[in-house]
Design a protein around this ligand. Sequence first.
Ligand code: NAG
Ligand code: NAG
Ligand code: NAG
Ligand code: NAG
Ligand code: NAG
Ligand code: NAG
Ligand code: NAG
Ligand code: NAG
Length: 678
Amino acid sequence: MVVFLPPLLLLLLLLSGQLVQTSSHPHPDSCRLVQTAALCNHGQLSSVPLGLPGFIEELHLNHNHIQTLQNGPSYPALHTLSCPDNQLETVGSKFFSHTPLIEHLNFAVNNLHVGYQETSRALTTLSQLRVLDLSDNGLTEDMASVLLQNLTRVEHLNLSRNLLLRLDERSFRDMHQLRELDLQRNSLFEIDGAFLHMHRLQRLNLAFNYLPCLLNFQMVQLLVLNVSHNSLEWFISNQDLEETFQLETLDLSDNRLLFFPFLPTRSHLRNLHLSKNRLSFYEHLDSNATSNWTTSIHFYNLGGNLSGVMARLWSDDLHGDISSLELLDLSWNQVSYLPHGFVGSMPILTWLKMGTNCLEVLDLSREQLPGSLYELDLSNNRLTDLRASGGSVGELGNLTYLNLSQNSLQRLPSWWFSSLPSLVSVDLSSNPVGVCPSGHQDDSSCVVWRNIPSLKQLQLAGCHLGTLPDSAFSGTPLTHLELSNNPELIIQPTALQGLSRTLQHLGLGNTGLRDFDFSHFHHLKSLNLSGNSLTRLPDSLLSLQLTCLDLRNNRLSSLTASQASSLASSLQTVLLNGNPFNCCRLDWYWTFERTEALRMVDSWDVTCLGLDEQTHRVQLLSSPSCESEGEESVFWYVLLFLSVALSLVGISALCLLTFRPRTLPRAIKKKCWRPTPY
Ligand SMILES: *[C@@H]1O[C@H](CO)[C@@H](O)[C@H](O)[C@H]1NC(C)=O
Ligand SMILES: *[C@@H]1O[C@H](CO)[C@@H](O)[C@H](O)[C@H]1NC(C)=O
Ligand SMILES: *[C@@H]1O[C@H](CO)[C@@H](O)[C@H](O)[C@H]1NC(C)=O
Ligand SMILES: *[C@@H]1O[C@H](CO)[C@@H](O)[C@H](O)[C@H]1NC(C)=O
Ligand SMILES: *[C@@H]1O[C@H](CO)[C@@H](O)[C@H](O)[C@H]1NC(C)=O
Ligand SMILES: *[C@@H]1O[C@H](CO)[C@@H](O)[C@H](O)[C@H]1NC(C)=O
Ligand SMILES: *[C@@H]1O[C@H](CO)[C@@H](O)[C@H](O)[C@H]1NC(C)=O
Ligand SMILES: *[C@@H]1O[C@H](CO)[C@@H](O)[C@H](O)[C@H]1NC(C)=O
């Protein structure tokens, strides 16, 4: 709540706050007043500051050293008390006697398991309490049920990160008003009727527990149920209920589901998260004639008055109501096919995530993908064949993101992508699929990338591409083209014609590139040339304003001064390691290093070859030179010193002799003291 006060009044309030603070104890200086909130966070407080102004409505004591809350302060207007991350063990039973209006209590990350009984008596005195955070307090379920006795008005309760193992009817028996309950990160393995009386509960988080199954789910009023990261093998809702479930979001990801969950017969479910399970469909096992397997499963003893639940196992029509689904995340499962009519029964589906499954064939004409589909992720499956007949294509008017990477697609309807009017991004990486030349007649082993006016991003990395045909992308205003990891790629000079005005990122890593004229691509910002055995940088790069350049793993020995200064004027990120740079010609490197806006991401790994044929880390070279280090260099220094010293001696001797010529004959005379016979 923000209260707007006239400036003068505010000043007075602040002043009075200051005055009161300075005249009282304990540790009042560690508090700051902001309107009616006192912020005493990150202090050394060991108890509640008593001298704060009486009108405060919020008191924040986060991250202090308060162990007990005993003598209740007299702040009658207080409605929020926040005391997380102290070492709080006990709240005295009279602590709240002068703060009866508290609605919001945060005791997260404390040790209330020590004094939970007294604390419980304190909490019952708060008749207005609506929001209670007891997360991370070492509480068992018995402690929790004592603490929560008689808290009939609480609407939001946080019990996450405690030690709860099982819950039953008694656990929350007085909490009829609860709307939100967070029980994530406990060790729950059993829940028996604990929520049945909570007719207002809308959000329930049970993530990161050990629940083995959820049977007879019938919380009609719930909006969000999160049971991710448990050990669920079954999710079965009460399918006999006539009522419409309010459920909008159901998160069952990271569990052990083998079967598609048995959803309510009537619901508004919009988001269904099922990733990282073991889900599959088993229609092929549902055959009366060939086997006498168990075809149905019965669940008894479900509590309540119900006799049991019976479900037919192998049939595909168990899904309940999925007609309101907008998001279906089935990634990381074992789905090998989609049951007939399955996708068709989700008419407003927008996100379909099927990455990392076992799909082998997808027949789009059969699946009836809805026109509302915006993102389709089929990456990392086993697709070899994508089929679409004339009638079925062209209906996916909203499809914007399509990920088909990491399949084995060899056959695709060549013109399919051209028929999708909203398509912005396609990832076809790691599929052996070619690019069709112009004038190509229908041939499903290549794809036509011309004249797709909406397409901006295209990933064709690792597609075994050979020669890129002329004007391969004309009429398609790509900004982002990834062609990396196609070692046999041959780019005709005219192949990228038409992209010069739009292309911003071009990935040519590991493509066997020798030289390429980049000068037309005025908008290019990011270029990947790594792994190409380049011995020199193409000069056409210098007319560009690149911000990101990957030059790793080439055969560059140096860059020229003009290349360095031109690149440094725009580059923000550069990657360089894996090149045999010459230690004696590193001026370009120091230019890069001096440029503040330029980040040399892998500078620690950049090495150069010295005169001694050894590799040196450029970062360890002390100065911009090619002097090499180590024992040899000392040797060379000694040698150099010796030769200089010797020459000096020689020179000085010569000088001596030259300037004092009489010494010469004398010396000679001295040496040859015997008179010569002539
Ligand atoms: C809760 O209420 C019951 C009945 O009103 C009372 O007997 C009990 O002592 C209360 N519990 C606490 C902890 O105050
Ligand atoms: C409950 O507390 C945990 C840990 O303190 C926190 O991460 C979580 O967001 C809280 N839940 C709600 C619903 O506020
Ligand atoms: C479910 O809870 C987990 C753990 O808190 C969280 O990561 C996940 O986003 C939640 N799911 C949804 C759909 O909000
Ligand atoms: C199995 O038998 C039922 C009736 O006995 C029949 O309706 C159904 O079509 C059969 N299913 C298969 C897969 O043959
Ligand atoms: C399945 O049926 C065959 C013959 O009808 C029978 O011999 C066999 O015991 C049955 N198997 C099981 C597991 O019931
Ligand atoms: C496509 O998306 C637009 C805007 O999000 C939406 O209004 C329209 O209904 C969608 N089309 C279909 C067929 O769902
Ligand atoms: C496509 O999916 C793969 C694998 O799931 C992922 O690595 C890649 O980033 C996705 N592509 C796009 C463009 O999001
Ligand atoms: C450049 O391409 C290579 C080879 O495909 C890849 O490994 C590398 O991550 C790419 N560089 C950047 C900066 O993405």
